[in-house]
Design a protein around this ligand. Sequence first.
Ligand code: ATP
Length: 239
Amino acid sequence: MLEVSGLRAGYGRIVGVDDVSLSVKAGELVALLGANGAGKSTILRALSGMITPWSGSVVLDGTKVTGMRSDALVRAGLVHVPEGRRVLPRLTVEENLRLGAFSRKDKHGIGATMEEVFERFGHLAKRRHQKAGTLSGGEQQMLVIGRALMAKPKLLLLDEPSLGLSPRLVQEVFDLIRGLAADGQTVLLVEQNVVQGLKVADRGYVLTTGRVTSTGTAAQLLADPSLVRSYLGGQEDPT
Ligand code: ATP
């Protein structure tokens, strides 16, 4: 579904990612893992047209999409849920969801997709006429994922959906992502918590300062003691 080769991208003179190659097969849930500043978000931004790649190629479902604009990429089936849960606070849950379907030609199918989203995200269904700004952090996260699903993406890019949520909600959000993948949705997930990310993913790529330093199935990466130790070590309280 996605084939990225030799991707370089950054900001002004700052190199965010350098010579990154990765792939995601249809139906796979692949995690991009690594510490703060490793380049994970830069990859998603370069894939979704938020920034223009400096070089490299991006192929989505057999079509070269390198450097295409975000709106064209959404039409091509690539939808990005950036970090930060940006909902439109004064619009209702339903209105926010409807915005996610802007690119669809089959307008008659939008209502059915919305009902599917409500079926998947029960919390949102109860709040469909409520203003999005009144939702909890976890519900807002579900809303931005639901909004992306309204476009019927071939590939869903999720950036740190668990950030800032309580442990219970983190679990709930990861269960929902796993459920999406189980139903065939192809997902590229950015996650700072390496172990948590590998628990839900089929495969992973570990990034260190803008480069892929390790890759394999989730089971292979979880069995790599040096990898898990270095990331768990990084999260331990030094005292
Ligand atoms: P995080 O979890 O903190 O988002 P990340 O792995 O997603 O980490 P990136 O945000 O992709 O990392 O950052 C990669 C590099 O690019 C870092 O050196 C970072 O400081 C830099 N960078 C990221 N965003 C910008 C920006 N808007 N302007 C300038 N430099 C940036």
